[in-house]
Design a protein around this ligand. Structure first.
Ligand code: APR
Length: 279
């Protein structure tokens, strides 16, 4: 672990007026959930063209639900790891304004993070495609696949974003607002190849933010967008950065202005409808 870069990251966070985090599947690997494109990734086992597009879901829901059942079983078992816990602590200390996550596992919230924007939705709820009834994902056994609506027996779809589906507009509005107004962004455990999500650190950079990348390997962001890459496991690097931030904190920690959180949530504005593309 590059000590020098840990100290640099802590300094950048301490001096930043507003820091956000942008996370991907890599942050949850140490919680037992494989990422998508790694050697043990989910897409090695399931072809995303056959299992992860909205077209695939409509044309063969039973098959897609087999993959979802497999994935959700891992998510249900998983616990937050030191990287999730470290980000929650940074937020409590007033040094992290929000987390924009591509993950649907809910581990940031389980770790105690309050201001989490789920860019690709969540596994926690499902919606009936006919009567729009919302179902709590934890209430389903997933014995009979595909699961059906208790009201009208129509197909249930998890509230996660499939390729080819639009990103929830509220998540888009809040994510781009945060990325345009931050002065530092921690980019953790993402291959940064899926758009429009991957444009979030690029947007932040375009507004002059410091981009601190944490990943086991370089990504398309590393040479052009990131100010520096701290190479290694998120579960080791994030707690080390938090410890260094604590070392650097003045006796009077800076509280997070509550108005900031309320203002972000209160704003409702139709922004634009970007379809979720696979490149
Ligand atoms: N610590 C840090 N980084 C890690 C770790 C770890 N322990 N383990 C893996 N990584 C890195 C990998 O090197 C890779 O760059 O995390 C990244 C995971 O990339 P992907 O599997 O492509 O996941 P992600 O970027 O989140 O995918 C984006 O694609 O499939 C869709 O909807 C899905 O939200 C997902 C989106």
């Amino acid at each position: 672990m590059e000590r020098e870069l840990i100290v640099r990251a802590a300094k950048d966070i301490l001096h930043s007026k507003k820091t956000i985090a942008f996370t991907g599947a890599g942050i949850s690997v140490e919680s037992g959930i494989p990422d998508f494109r790694g050697a043990q990734g989910l897409w090695q086992k399931y072809d995303p063209e056959e299992y992860a597009t909205i077209h695939a879901f409509y044309s063969n829901p039973e098959k897609v639900w087999m993959m979802l059942k497999d994935m959700f079983a891992l998510v249900m078992e998983a616990k937050p790891n030191p990287a999730h816990i470290g980000l929650a602590e940074l937020e409590r200390m007033g040094y992290l304004s929000s987390i924009i996550t591509q993950n649907v596992d809910g581990l940031h919230q389980t770790a105690g993070s309050k201001n989490v924007i789920e860019f690709h939705g969540s596994h926690r709820t499902l919606s009936c495609l006919k009567c729009s009834t919302k179902i709590d994902g934890l209430s389903l056994t997933l014995e009979d696949l595909p699961p059906r609506c208790s009201r009208c027996s129509s197909l249930l779809k998890p509230d996660v974003v499939f390729f080819g589906e639009p990103i929830p507009w509220e998540a888009q509005v809040m994510s781009f607002k945060e990325s345009k107004s931050c002065s530092a962004v921690l980019v953790i455990g993402t291959s940064a190849v899926v758009y429009p999500a991957a444009s979030i650190p690029i947007t932040a950079k375009g507004r002059g933010a410091i981009v601190i990348e944490v990943n086991k390997e370089p990504t398309p962001l590393t040479d052009q967008i990131s100010d520096y890459l701290i190479c290694g496991s998120a579960g080791e690097i994030i707690p080390a950065i938090v410890e260094e931030v604590k070392r650097g904190i003045s006796p009077h920690p800076r509280p997070l202005p509550s108005g900031e959180r309320a203002r972000v949530r209160g704003k409702r504005q139709e922004y634009c409808n970007l379809s979720f593309k696979m490149i």
